[in-house]
Design a protein around this ligand. Structure first.
Ligand SMILES: [Zn+2]
Length: 199
């Protein structure tokens, strides 16, 4: 983040990025997102964002606020705590964006459409109740999406949704199927910057 700032970029949540996507604003901007709402994001990401004045979106699993990554339980992924309700609220109060990531981190194309509708819609209303502001950004768990799932996200009132499809966002992209690039802990800054500025 320090290197991005040094190179003249501003890191923004998807909400803050919207005017750039629509062409109302122009500038060197990079969208920053995190999935799952882990407590370690509260501990380490929040101070890092604050230090450079960037914003980011975190996509929370609404049924695990104060819980953990229960959805990873049977697939050998390490236990990790999710933010508490107080931390979620502080994340929002500091100008960081709260996005939704279903109630239980389900594979939306693999469940009955009624369940998928509930998982998408309830995650939004649960989070809105907790933070007291509109939740308009969504992230498909596992990047699992189909045309029908995309329609449900639209129907639930979300204005943007991110996938795990790799790439850079272009103005012509479908707002409900935005691509991303994965940044890993061991990515060094030149590679990271390349990921941000190349297709
Ligand atoms: Zn996830």
């Amino acid at each position: 983040m320090r290197w991005l700032k040094r190179l003249g970029f501003r890191g923004l949540s998807i909400r803050d990025l919207a005017p750039y996507l629509s062409g109302e604003k122009v500038g060197k901007v990079v969208g920053i997102t995190f999935d799952d709402g882990y407590q370690n994001n509260f501990e380490y990401v929040l101070p890092a964002l604050d230090a450079v004045g960037f914003t980011a979106t975190n996509y929370f699993v609404s049924g695990q606020i104060g819980g953990y990554n229960a959805w990873d339980r049977n697939i050998g992924i390490a236990y990790s705590r999710c933010m508490s309700k107080a931390q979620l609220r502080e994340w929002a109060a500091l100008g960081q964006e709260v996005g939704a990531h279903t109630v239980d981190h389900v594979r939306l194309t693999q469940v009955d459409i009624r369940i998928a509708r509930q998982q998408i819609g309830q995650s939004r209303s649960h989070l809105e109740d907790m933070v007291g502001e509109a939740v308009t950004s969504f992230s498909y768990p596992y990047g699992d999406v189909s045309g029908a799932v995309r329609e449900l996200v639209l129907e639930a009132g979300f204005s943007t949704a991110v996938t795990t499809k790799r790439g850079r966002i272009r103005p012509s992209d479908d707002r409900l199927l935005l691509p991303r690039r994965i940044i890993r802990a061991d990515n060094r800054w030149p590679g990271l910057v390349r990921k941000c500025v190349t297709g």
